[in-house]
Design a protein around this ligand. Structure first.
Ligand code: ADP
Ligand code: MG
Length: 219
């Protein structure tokens, strides 16, 4: 579904790439963890497959179309949904309006459907009362749940997450990964999670490690 072909990236020095000649495939209905020490380029890799930046070398294809062909703006609006470590919610809105706005912006098939949005939030442990509160008055775990619920409410087939459990305790971490698994398996999406926590990676279907400029498949 998503494929990198000879992908390479560097910031300043072409002779010091973060990674080079990366050929990976990611499929619908599966979850993937990308492990690696701090500074190895995990966030950079994610920003490329999320269409936030362009490769320096090689290409990224969705199906058989290059992201260059699709256009990064179009790709970000329609094809990919992003969850960051720091929740990236619309902070001046309630959880309910976060979902409603995201569905409207992306033209999701459930756009405008409040009952559906409330149902998803409820499935993620956000009660009707919490769904109407300003998100700034929710705990970290609750905010991350809203961020993931928002991903679920939209139709993008690719979900990428950068250290989504970085700010969470053990219980919330387990919960959040279980929800990503649900998105992959029940909603038939492709989920790619960057993490430095082996425990988190163990819960995903597949694991890659970014080390010495290369990705190695661990599971
Ligand atoms: N905008 C940037 N300009 C220059 N160097 C950067 C930039 N962003 C990140 N880097 C450097 O690139 C390397 C990889 O960063 P990053 O992708 O954030 O790694 P990770 O997410 O694995 O910790 C780090 O050494 C970082 O300092
Ligand atoms: Mg990072």
């Amino acid at each position: 579904m998503l494929k990198t072909e000879g992908l390479g990236y560097w910031y300043q020095d072409k002779d010091q790439p973060l990674f080079q000649d990366i050929n990976l495939e990611f499929y619908i209905g599966q979850s993937y963890a990308i492990l690696g020490h701090s500074g190895t380029g995990k966030t950079t890799f994610l920003s490329l497959i999320a269409g936030l930046d362009k490769p320096k070398e090689g290409d990224i294809l969705l199906g058989d179309r290059s992201l260059k062909k699709i256009g990064l703006t179009n790709y970000r609006r329609k094809d990919v949904s992003i969850v960051f470590q720091a929740y990236n919610l619309f902070t001046y809105m309630s959880p309910l309006n976060n979902l409603m706005t995201a569905m409207a912006i992306t033209g999701a098939k459930h756009a405008g459907d409040k009952v559906y949005a409330k149902q998803i939030l409820n499935d993620f442990g956000i009660s009707e009362e919490l769904a109407l509160r300003n998100v700034q008055h929710l705990s970290g775990g609750q905010q991350q749940r809203v961020a993931i619920a928002r991903t679920m409410a939209c139709d993008a087939q690719l979900v990428v997450a950068d250290e989504p459990t970085g700010n969470l305790d053990e219980d919330n971490t387990r919960d959040v990964i279980a929800q990503f698994q649900k998105i992959a398996h029940e909603q038939q999406k492709c989920v790619i999670i960057v993490t430095h926590e082996p425990d988190v990676a163990d819960q995903c279907d597949h694991q890659f490690r970014l080390e010495n400029k290369q990705f190695t498949q661990l599971a």
